[in-house]
Design a protein around this ligand. Sequence first.
Ligand SMILES: [Zn+2]
Length: 246
Amino acid sequence: MGWFEIGLLGMLAGVVGTGTGGLLSIFVKKPTPRLTGTILAFAAGIMLAIVFLELIEESIDFSGYRAAIAGLSMGMLVLYILDQLLPHHHTVTAEAVHQGRYLKKGTMLALGIGLHNFPEGLAIGTGFIGSTELGTTLAILIALHNIPEGMAVAAPLRHGGYKFQRIVSITTLTGVPMGLGAFVGALIGSISPLVLGISLAFAAGAMLYIVCDELIPDAYESAGAHLSILGIFLGTVVGLLFIAWI
Ligand SMILES: [Zn+2]
């Protein structure tokens, strides 16, 4: 498979997932922060399953433990540096609901999810260079994880009174950076098996950083500890089942 085709597949996984999340938001009249937080925690659980059961494991297979640890460290370090440079974004909180600041929250969240879709695209792109099977598994799992993220982006926009078509367009657009990530991942992953292994672990490090820095704290802030843990648990189980089935 060529780099452009992989990029297109990555973009498809991105927009179909977040767009579906936006579409599904039509069924939830007034999404509460508790629901949005639990949904984000579910997305985090799926991501944890991908990081540990797919990306790190495959990275060790391709290039061994040392390269996997090196890639993981680089992924976390690069995200830490980006975290210092880029402004923060958080999901809709009880406090924001009180102050009616939905739209600002919604836009920031859309921007944040859009940016965070780049490393997920990287994972899909490097995955397809590893094998079509690995790439397909990652694309399906990440698309699945994008559905709750799309719903979380849609929630504050709904509260803010955005029209339905506009919500679906915005949530769909947040999936686009995943295509660019997949293209870049395929390009870098093609260099050599060692670089491929390091890239898979890099994507794992970047995604782990996002889970710890955005998804889980945002979930706790919105839904509290217990609902968040329930969401993480359910997401991990669903991720595990998918990995076993595909
Ligand atoms: Zn994501």
